[in-house]
Ligand binder design. Structure first.
Ligand code: ZN
Length: 190
């Protein structure tokens, strides 16, 4: 017997399905790529603050199905099973199933319509350890070594998504910028 959906699972996820802020939890070769890129940025005088690296697949699973069930995008009985997460989405009646899912959506602080019309993804480069969210700051222009050791002058831009010079330096290390998500860099650029 599993445990029915509800706020229990928010607490459970905070203990058993945490996201990582450590570069060491990333997958190779991205881990080595990111370390080299961050070292080059710091050597040049930039400040690098890391937010999320590897995202928990179990956490993503709980996000995805609670969001869909709470918003009537699917029935509780449609939710897939996941090994290691013994949750019962179906309480035996629709209103109770939906209430359990709603408790999780609000407990996790998930974005719902109108803020977001998309269910939290089950797959992403964060889940496979191939993406990092980080904020890179400096003042003026710094000289960052690219992978081949050539120094590149990079002016600071408040909007990192527009800093193509920085994106190009990152790409030499195999760390590619997603251009509509400020902190997001990955192996593929997605
Ligand atoms: Zn990201």
């Amino acid at each position: 017997m599993g445990t029915k959906s509800g706020s229990y699972w928010v607490t459970w996820a905070d203990g058993h399905a945490k996201n990582s802020e450590s570069v060491d939890d990333l997958a190779e070769p991205f881990k080595t790529n990111v370390k080299a890129y961050i070292k080059a940025l710091k050597d040049a005088g930039a400040k690098v603050e890391i937010d999320t690296t590897k995202r928990s697949d179990k956490r993503a699973y709980l996000f995805h199905w609670s969001w869909k069930i709470s918003l009537d995008k699917c029935k509780a009985s449609d939710a897939e099973k996941m090994i290691g997460v013994d949750i019962e989405w179906d309480h035996g009646n629709d209103a109770e199933s939906k209430k359990g899912a709603e408790e999780m959506v609000s407990g996790f602080g998930l974005a719902i319509p109108p803020r977001s019309n998309q269910a939290p993804a089950l797959t992403s480069n964060h889940i496979s350890g191939k993406a990092i969210d980080m904020t890179i700051t400096w003042t003026g222009t710094i000289k960052v070594k690219n992978k081949t050791g050539v120094e590149v002058s990079v002016p600071f831009k408040a909007n990192v998504d527009q800093n193509t010079v920085l994106h190009n330096v990152g790409a030499t290390y195999g760390v590619k910028k997603l251009k509509n998500d400020a902190p997001h860099w990955s192996l593929t650029g997605h």
